[in-house]
Design a protein around this ligand. Structure first.
Ligand SMILES: Cc1cc2nc3c(=O)[nH]c(=O)nc-3n(C[C@H](O)[C@H](O)[C@H](O)COP(=O)(O)OP(=O)(O)OC[C@H]3O[C@@H](n4cnc5c(N)ncnc54)[C@H](O)[C@@H]3O)c2cc1C
Ligand SMILES: NC(=O)c1ccc[n+]([C@@H]2O[C@H](COP(=O)([O-])OP(=O)(O)OC[C@H]3O[C@@H](n4cnc5c(N)ncnc54)[C@H](O)[C@@H]3O)[C@@H](O)[C@H]2O)c1
Length: 478
């Protein structure tokens, strides 16, 4: 791709900060740095807005929303009678297209320019200390270089896989027509969201899961999602590993499993995690291993360096857009403070430290039922040596939930650190629990004592009354 300066002085090659990668994280680091009085350049080799805007968060949620809205209507008598048809697949795909702006980044380029950030298109590499080269041009950063190059899909080393034209999340989210059948390798977040969307859109889905569904979450969450997928006609095979893959002359894909079974489908999606996009960024200049995740401190400064930062997926702290943007705010402000010679507020919960990455990462899985979680699972808390007690409540017993949907089924779990009397983990599984997640995040980040939470009264009859049920199940302080 040609190097082409799109705004600002065409021949200027000196900046305070150079950010490699204009995903959600790179954009936000640059924005904070500019707000802090610095001159910033962002280099992008594909689309400004990154993976999230065009091949991840946004298109996947657009593909999921219509099915979820239809299910919500069908769960309420009166509305159910009106919602009699099937999903209009082409309308769903058209809505997805509009949310990704037909894969044009014009709008985001305008945003960058409005924020006073310069943009260069092309593949950037570190070529020296505080030095980045794009094509034939070398740019110098007076203060810092930030690597925000994100991650790409991991392709496991399964015989025949690479030759079988497997889909990654890119093809699955950018799909133009829904295949009649799809096999998905993986049981993580990408796998269950695509399985949910594609089942809704009429594909026959087979999920091949090595251990359990949504392994990083409370066990009851993955079980509820697997049961729901099965009830909608998907096949979920647990405890299996593909041993080989073959696409035949007619275009059908066959995945052979370790127990001898063979699963056939029109397409195959690999959703087995991510690799860092660091193989060709010149990391060796800073003494780092190309292709590795980048280790940083809580201000996103690369350990051992005083000028190189890494934010977002690429540092492997939390592969989520909101958490990467949180890191970006800490890093951009830290860079500006350091440049101005101001003292850093980088202790736990300080302005310049992404402390929440360690204890309070919220995540919503847009499956049906939704899974919303923040902080530790009960097993992870115990593994950390915390003395915890967990309480569960069936969300369907809450009046707000039963009013929301007939026969509402769901579970909420609160994990309490008994020493400190605060919540360290919270998980909810059920239709439409997503918007309740932030209340739990505030309780965990704020380390709100349970004794005080009794005074946070949920409105009647909302689903938030699950908080009261959890406190009652835990027991009121004497
Ligand atoms: C299917 C899917 C769904 C997801 N859904 C959600 C969700 O709902 N919510 C959520 O929070 N997270 C979600 N995620 C995760 C989210 O997409 C990532 O956490 C997020 O995109 C990370 O942002 P980033 O800026 O670090 O990297 P990216 O978005 O990957 O952006 C990095 C940018 O750097 C550019 N780049 C790379 N190398 C170079 C180079 N050498 N020179 C110039 N430019 C370069 C790339 O082209 C890219 O534009 C999802 C992920 C997937 C795969
Ligand atoms: N709603 C959201 O927040 C959202 C949605 C999608 C993705 N994301 C983020 O994107 C990232 C990537 O998601 P993902 O689902 O690809 O990764 P993941 O780590 O969540 O899941 C990977 C899955 O692949 C399985 N696996 C790994 N190697 C395998 C192999 N060789 N054979 C068979 N199975 C194998 C794992 O057991 C696991 O089930 C995640 O970190 C996630 O947080 C977030």
């Amino acid at each position: 791709m040609d190097t082409d300066t799109q705004s600002g002085a065409a021949d200027a090659t000196a900046y305070d900060v150079i950010v490699i990668g204009a995903g959600p994280v790179g954009e936000n680091v640059a924005d904070r740095a500019v707000r802090g009085g610095l001159k910033a350049l962002v280099v992008e080799k594909e689309l400004v807005g990154g993976e999230c805007s065009y091949w991840a968060c946004i298109p996947s949620k657009a593909l999921l929303r219509s099915g979820s809205a239809l299910r919500a209507a069908r769960a309420v008598p009166g509305a159910r009678e009106a919602a009699t048809g099937d999903l209009d697949v082409s309308a769903v795909l058209a809505r997805r297209d509009s949310y990704v702006s037909d894969w044009s980044d014009e709008g985001q380029v305008k945003w960058l320019s409005g924020a006073g950030i310069d943009l260069v298109r092309g593949h950037a590499r570190l070529t020296g200390e505080r030095e980045v080269t794009v094509g034939d041009t070398t740019y110098a950063a007076r203060v810092a270089v930030v690597v925000a190059t994100g991650s790409a899909a991991l392709l496991p080393d399964i015989p025949g896989l690479a030759d079988a034209s497997p889909w990654t999340s890119r093809e699955a989210t950018a799909v133009k027509s829904i295949p009649e059948s799809i096999t998905i390798i993986g049981g993580g977040v990408v796998a269950v969201e695509i399985a949910t969307a594609y089942t809704d859109l009429g594909a026959k889905v087979t999920l091949l899961v090595r251990s359990r569904v949504l392994g990083g979450f409370e066990e009851f969450a993955g079980k509820a999602v697997a049961d729901a997928l099965r009830s909608r006609g998907a096949e979920v095979i647990l405890g299996t590993s593909p041993s080989s893959v073959n696409r035949d002359a007619a275009g059908r894909v066959a995945v052979s499993l370790d127990d001898g079974r063979v699963v056939e489908s029109a397409e195959l999606l690999v959703a087995t995690g991510r690799v860092p996009r660091t193989d060709d960024v010149g990391l060796e200049v800073a003494g780092l291993e190309p292709g590795s995740w980048i280790d940083v401190d809580d201000t996103m400064l690369v350990r051992g360096s005083d000028w190189l930062y890494a934010a977002g997926d690429v540092n492997h702290r939390a592969l989520l857009t909101h958490q990467g943007k949180y890191q970006a705010r800490a890093a951009g402000d830290a860079i500006a403070a350091r440049a101005a010679g101001r003292a850093l507020d980088d202790g736990p919960w300080g302005t310049h430290a992404a402390t929440a990455d360690h204890v309070a990462v919220p995540q919503l899985v847009y499956s049906d039922p939704e899974v919303a979680a923040v902080g530790l699972t009960s097993a992870a808390a115990e593994k950390q040596g915390l003395r915890v007690r967990s309480v569960d409540v069936p969300i369907g017993k809450v009046s707000g939930a039963s009013l929301h949907a007939e026969g509402y089924e769901g579970t909420a779990r609160m994990v309490v650190d008994e020493e400190r009397g605060v919540i360290v983990g919270f998980t909810m599984v059920g239709p439409d629990v997503g918007e309740l997640l932030h209340s739990a995040t505030i309780a965990v980040v704020g380390e709100v004592p349970l004794s005080r939470l009794w005074h946070a009264v949920p409105s009647f009859p909302t689903m938030s009354e699950l908080w009261l049920r959890l406190l009652e199940a835990y027991g009121r302080p004497e």
